[in-house]
Design a protein around this ligand. Structure first.
Ligand SMILES: O=C(O)CCC(=O)C(=O)O
Length: 294
């Protein structure tokens, strides 16, 4: 993966070569501290306040279809925090768009899980200049179903996936890798609130159900280089969060005006339609899973 311009704006921080080497070798790197535990707790409280204010929509946060940053200022703010951006800039360079931002919430003692998959399988993007920053807003532990990675699996091409549409699978199509995954090699991505992991779009990853007494709250931010584009030529929205966009492949959208501001919600609806057309391309059960996450 090559960046388009030298990394010269890390806000005074030195380039951490170990981080980049580890990411390139393993297909992931963690834990990195992006904010204090108190800050993470404040962001979680802000999101839970949105839920409390909309009791008629109990799965509101999880149902924002990967576009939570378009309608929730707290999420948009997290996507722009130096502690999150700086390590991503080291990998992708200074120019960054957010392509989507999924709140992955597993309720206490819930059976919801994520099957083994490679993110870039269904996103219709033309290249590999993409990094996910998974931000822990609660602890992520073995008990509550933290992510699990297979080291070095990003070196493989995209392998075959099959749709399962399994009820408790948090992924849109319940998609799973169709080849054998050696789970004995899986690494548990244990994080404290305020820590993040970075993973490559081809890294095999999954997560088990939450067996704990508290919800597990994570935000998966999909950063891409502006050089990326949708293979289909279809336009989708993106937010410019660092540097500049010299390509114009995406429709850039402003930060949200407020919590669930009507104009932002209308923009979210259009963005979800565009992205669903990509996520469900070729799927047998289009429409059934529109409340799923990615
Ligand atoms: O949060 C999880 O358990 C899974 C997240 C995931 O699959 C991703 O960030 O790509």
């Amino acid at each position: 993966m090559t960046s388009q311009r030298p990394i010269d704006d890390l806000e005074g921080r030195k380039v951490d070569e170990k981080l980049t080497k580890t990411y390139q070798r393993d297909g992931y790197v963690f834990p990195l501290t992006a904010m204090s535990p108190d800050e993470a707790t404040r962001y979680r409280a802000a999101l839970e306040q949105v839920e409390a204010d909309h009791p008629a929509q109990p799965k509101l946060l999880s149902s924002l279809h990967g576009q939570s940053h378009l309608v929730l200022p707290a999420v948009d703010e997290i996507t722009r925090l130096p502690g999150v951006l700086n390590p991503v800039r080291q990998i992708l360079g200074p120019d960054l768009l957010v392509w989507s931002a999924n709140l992955f919430i597993k309720e206490a003692r819930s059976p919801q899980y994520v099957s083994w998959h490679q993110d870039l399988t269904y996103w219709g993007l033309n290249d590999l200049q993409q990094v996910t920053a998974w931000v822990a807003l609660s602890p992520a532990t073995v008990e509550n179903g933290c992510m699990r990675f297979i080291t070095g699996s990003h070196q493989a091409e995209i392998v075959a996936h099959r749709d399962t549409f399994a009820e408790n699978n948090l992924l849109t199509r319940g998609q799973e890798i169709a080849v054998e995954v050696d789970e004995t090699r899986a690494v548990d991505v244990i994080l404290k609130p305020g820590e993040i992991s970075l993973h490559h779009g081809r890294t095999f990853h999954a997560s088990h159900a939450n067996r704990s007494q508290d919800r597990r709250v994570g935000l998966a931010i999909r950063y891409i280089s502006p050089a990326m584009r949708q293979v289909s030529g279809q336009r989708t929205v993106a937010s410019l969060v660092s540097g500049e966009d010299r390509y114009g492949h995406f429709d850039l959208v402003p930060p949200p005006a407020g919590v669930l501001d009507p104009a932002d919600v209308a923009r979210l609806k259009r963005a979800v339609e565009q992205q669903n057309a990509i996520y469900f391309d070729g799927a047998a059960q289009l429409g059934k899973r529109v409340n799923k996450l990615q």
